[in-house]
Design a protein around this ligand. Structure first.
Ligand SMILES: [Zn+2]
Length: 502
């Protein structure tokens, strides 16, 4: 066993040192009319007789098998001088190239890009949206390789928005493949508002600007960024792009950007609609902490070949939903009453879902690969979304931690502990037991058994017990949180800590 272990270690070190030399460079050209991206990939620093190039079948954050390789055509490969090299297919994700000992090879291929979702590529006359998972092949065993992307832009497109690092001459860079995949590029004629905050660069890019007040949006996003920075005590990026892509559904989080399709909320003068958009943007923004940095163990390094199962997406998504409202309130963008209504809305959503009595929260996470777009007619009866139950459990957890610690600690402390311990210190995700150990530590030894039960069993949520900690009760007739008349100073203190002073 020991010998095998040492042998494996030596192999790993060898593989790491080999991988460290690999560099990738991508040139992208476009045929907007026919929806194609033409990719020329140059790989240098290779060793050995062959290289396996692969394409992901999913986009982190978009928990669905996309089968992107089926949109790739015209694959061919040569050495640096242009002499053809042999290749063969390996499964649905791989192209194995006989490098003949060349340290540098080129691969060319086309991507048909005519799909609209936050995880899929779309190129048309107006724009190109390029999620990395559908564009870039990677060298198997060398995901650490740094990458550059050079864009050959059609004349009709003036503007490029991405979280990638600009290198000049229409070239951008990423330190490794995971970051490259996590940095979509939007190209078109979008309106852009740039601003600086605490020495970092921000950009709001809007595909359909109409008569939007981008200065106001910059102020609002700046306030949300500030609230999140104060919550976490650290900012892990140099630049961040808010990419709002025009009409459609969904948004996807990235560590240095967000790519969101817009709805009426972006444009509406109505406060409730506008707040809904701000919550959406705040949600995708807070994800840069919660899921990109604070992440379940299974979510990175990613296996791009297949489903990556975890029972903790209720943490990644549910607690992010919880912080949508919290960040808005702390940013001065919603009142205490409005935050209570946000909580009541989450609770109403859960209580109106029959599936809450059938599927436990952990399973909602684990089985997401089967249910990303639930299509069975009985979905509502047998499934509960972590977007629905997750924020409710998050809210009850915040109250339970405050109750256990006499309001000395809160969910904020748990997020900071996970960020500092697992992302900054250990550089990895946390296992499910580690999450609960951290939660118990923050709760000063209290195991938070109710909260565990809400995650792992079908136990109904005792709203009166938890809301009572903040001197609140649930009015089920009107789906409102109501302040109890005889609240104690402790209850009022906890309530004001969460919702702000009226
Ligand atoms: Zn989310």
């Amino acid at each position: 066993m020991k010998r095998t272990w040492i042998f494996t270690l030596i192999l790993s070190i060898f593989a790491l040192s080999a991988a460290a030399k690999v560099n990738t460079a991508y040139q992208l050209s476009f045929d907007p009319e026919k929806h194609y991206v033409d990719v020329e990939m140059t790989v240098s620093g290779l060793e050995g007789p062959e290289a396996l190039l692969k394409m992901p079948v999913w986009a982190p954050g978009y928990y669905l098998i996309l089968n992107s390789p089926k949109h790739l055509s015209g694959f061919e490969t040569t050495d640096a001088q242009g002499n053809p090299l042999k290749w063969e297919r390996v499964g649905k994700t791989g192209w194995k190239v006989a490098t003949e000992g060349n340290s540098e090879i080129k691969a060319k291929y086309r991507i048909f890009a005519n799909r609209q979702s936050v995880g899929e590529a779309q190129v048309d006359e107006k724009k190109a949206f390029l999620p990395g998972n559908e564009i870039y092949l990677y060298v198997d065993g060398a995901k650490d390789a740094p990458a550059t992307v050079t864009l050959n832009l059609p004349q009709q497109w003036q503007t490029v928005s991405t979280g990638l690092k600009p290198e000049g001459d229409n070239t951008w860079s990423a330190t490794d493949y995971d970051l490259l995949v996590d940095s979509p590029i939007y190209i078109g004629n979008q309106a852009v508002k740039k601003f600086k905050l605490d020495g970092r660069d921000y950009e709001i890019a809007v595909a359909e600007v109409k008569d939007l007040d981008l200065d106001k949006y910059a102020d609002e996003m700046g306030a949300i960024v500030t609230a999140a920075s104060e919550l976490m005590g650290h900012v892990p990026y140099d630049r961040y792009a808010f990419i709002w892509m025009g009409r459609g559904g969904g948004g996807l989080e990235h560590i240095n950007s967000q790519a969101c399709f817009s709805d009426e909320g972006l444009y509406s003068p109505e406060r409730a609609d506008h707040q809904r958009w701000l919550r959406f943007a705040a949600h995708e923004y807070y994800h840069l902490y919660n899921v990109k940095c604070i992440r379940p163990f299974e979510l990175g390094p990613f296996d791009y070949d297949q489903e990556n199962y975890t029972d903790q997406l209720w943490v990644s998504e549910g607690l992010t939903c919880y912080y949508e409202g919290a960040l808005l309130q702390r940013a001065g963008l919603c009142t205490p009453e409005e935050l209570m209504d946000i909580w009541a809305g989450f609770i109403r959503g859960l209580e109106k879902t029959p599936g809450r009595n059938v599927q436990p929260l952990w399973a909602s996470s684990y089985d997401i690969w089967l249910n990303f777009f639930p299509s069975d007619g009985n979905s509502n009866d047998v499934l509960v979304s972590y977007y629905v139950k997750g924020p409710v459990v998050g809210a009850m957890m915040d109250l339970a931690i405050r109750d256990a610690t006499d309001n000395r600690r809160s969910l904020d402390d748990l997020m900071r502990l996970l960020y500092n311990r697992y992302y900054l210190e250990k550089g990895r995700g946390f296992t499910t037991p580690e999450f609960w150990e951290a939660a118990t530590e923050v709760a000063e030894g209290n195991p938070l058994q109710d909260i565990r039960d809400y995650v792992f069993t079908l136990k109904p949520i005792d709203y009166d017990k938890h809301l009572g900690v903040a001197g609140l009760r649930l009015d089920r007739d009107n789906w409102k949180l109501v302040e109890v008349a005889d609240a104690t100073p402790r209850q009022i203190k906890i309530r004001e800590s969460i919702f702000g002073k009226k």
